[in-house]
Design a protein around this ligand. Structure first.
Ligand SMILES: NC(=O)c1ccc[n+]([C@@H]2O[C@H](COP(=O)([O-])OP(=O)(O)OC[C@H]3O[C@@H](n4cnc5c(N)ncnc54)[C@H](O)[C@@H]3O)[C@@H](O)[C@H]2O)c1
Length: 423
């Protein structure tokens, strides 16, 4: 609960990127309004942080409407935001929406929508927001299955046609140190031709919510959405996707031709952990023979790291994302010595600047492709097969329930390599 936390504690808990205040801008909203009404859909940790960042990004932003599946989550988020930014939060009871349709009401009431629900809802929510002409910030990942990715690609195209901004939560792309290094690799010949990329996302387990008597099966599963690949995409899609995204970035956003992966449940085997794996290893291959290796784990008590190593024809780039360390060794040694920023804040600064300038930014294609690449890795690990990009893009596997209502839970299916079929 954030409601009663003192300001400093609240900022820490909603962080995932809360740092120095940015310089506030004063240009007019291109749509002719000085006030930008912002709505938040998905009022958990990240959504609350995103609302905080939106408020700080632009002096005309007012948090105007909020929606969540659960009243307690909305209240907790609103309590913290009100306590810290009362003058910029105007969300009376009539604009607090709860339930599966809350997103529709939020979209109807605002200029800009922030989406931070579990990923399974993203394609449906995004489509409705863009259809209604709203600018969007949406957290990664943007889908959990191929039909969802295709839906997001369609929505991204529509956003472009309508001149709407569509910004994604692939936050490392907004980090100055990363930008400095990747720009040098892609445009400054820092390491010659990229031959191999190696990335790790090794971390501990995540939260679990004990069941309450009054919860239906589906409510219990959605409260613990992380553990169900139908809702989260599994942790390779939900968390390690940042590393997948950086592998693609190093390859100039060219998509791999295939993935060969493995994974399983070694320590997180209890029923309460749904059906997601606790480790994956993936080898992505490109048409030119380049490989990208991803190693990811969510197991407590083990070594943690989040590193990227990009091997070129005459140099190696080392990135330690958590420590903000960016070094090139080889023919042209280099070290990033510029400023470091709060990447989460920069995402919102750039989104709102684009809206004010009437110069829509659209990250729709790259966010959909990075999501697809992570799903490709999961598909290969679950089936035990080498899967091509083409096959994955034609997959008919639909993990998203056709309709939503509380009651019966989803069927929990464990994937077994060699037995689970590619669909
Ligand atoms: N970019 C990053 O570094 C980063 C960091 C953390 C989380 N995230 C992403 O943000 C998203 C949310 O993660 P979180 O950690 O905040 O999770 P969370 O569980 O704290 O918050 C999710 C919220 O969405 C609500 N919700 C669920 N279904 C909903 C629906 N249909 N409509 C409206 N609200 C709904 C939940 O009740 C909850 O309050 C995920 O996609 C996650 O991957 C990104």
């Amino acid at each position: 609960m954030t409601r009663n936390l003192p300001r400093r504690e609240f900022l820490k808990t909603t962080a995932a990127g809360v740092a120095a205040l940015p310089i506030l801008r004063a240009t007019a909203y291109a749509g002719g309004k000085d006030t930008l009404r912002v709505g938040l859909v998905g009022c958990g940790g990240r959504g609350t942080g995103a609302a905080f960042q939106a408020i700080q990004a632009d002096p005309g932003v007012v948090l105007w409407s909020m929606g969540d599946l659960f009243a307690d989550r909305l209240e907790s988020s609103l309590g913290g935001l009100n306590e810290n930014f009362a003058e910029r939060v105007d969300v009376p009871a009539v604009r607090q929406h709860v339930g599966f349709d809350a997103y529709k009401q939020v979209i109807a009431e605002v200029d800009v929508v922030l989406f931070a629900t579990p990923p399974v809802f993203r394609p449906m929510h995004l489509a409705e927001a863009v259809e209604a002409g709203r600018h969007v910030f949406c957290e990664k990942p943007v889908a959990v299955d191929t039909p969802g990715v295709h839906s997001v690609l369609k929505t991204a195209k529509l956003a472009k046609e309508k001149g709407l901004s569509l910004a994604s939560g692939f936050c490392w792309r907004a980090a100055y140190g990363h930008r400095g290094l990747y720009d040098r690799i892609l445009n400054g010949n820092a390491i010659g031709d990229v031959r191999h990329v190696y990335a790790t996302y090794l971390a501990g387990g995540v939260w679990y919510k004990d069941r309450k008597e009054e919860w239906t099966d589906l409510e219990y599963q959605l409260r613990n959405w992380y553990y169900y690949s139908n809702f989260s995409g599994d942790h390779i899609v939900e968390q390690a996707i940042h590393s997948v995204d950086k592998i693609l970035w190093a390859k100039g956003d060219e998509m791999p031709v295939s993935a060969t992966a493995m994974g399983g449940r070694q320590v997180r085997t209890a029923e309460k952990y749904g059906n997601i794996y606790d480790h994956f290893g993936v080898v992505y291959e490109w048409a030119d023979g380049t490989q990208g290796h991803l190693l990811t784990r969510q197991q407590n008590g083990c070594h943690s790291e989040n590193l990227d190593r990009i091997v070129g024809s005459d140099g190696i780039a080392h990135i330690d994302g958590w420590a903000n360390r960016f070094v090139v060794e080889g023919a042209r040694p280099w070290k990033y010595e510029g400023a470091n920023n709060d990447m989460y804040q920069t995402e919102h600064d750039e989104l709102f600047a684009s809206i004010r300038a009437g110069a829509a930014m659209n990250q729709g294609v790259s966010m959909a492709q990075s999501t697809m690449a992570a799903i490709l890795g999961r598909m290969s690990a679950y089936t035990g097969k080498r899967i091509t990009w083409e096959q994955a893009m034609a997959s008919k596997e639909n993990l998203t329930p056709q309709s939503w209502e509380f009651g019966t839970g989803i069927e929990v299916v464990q994937a077994t390599p060699g037995k689970t079929k590619f669909v």
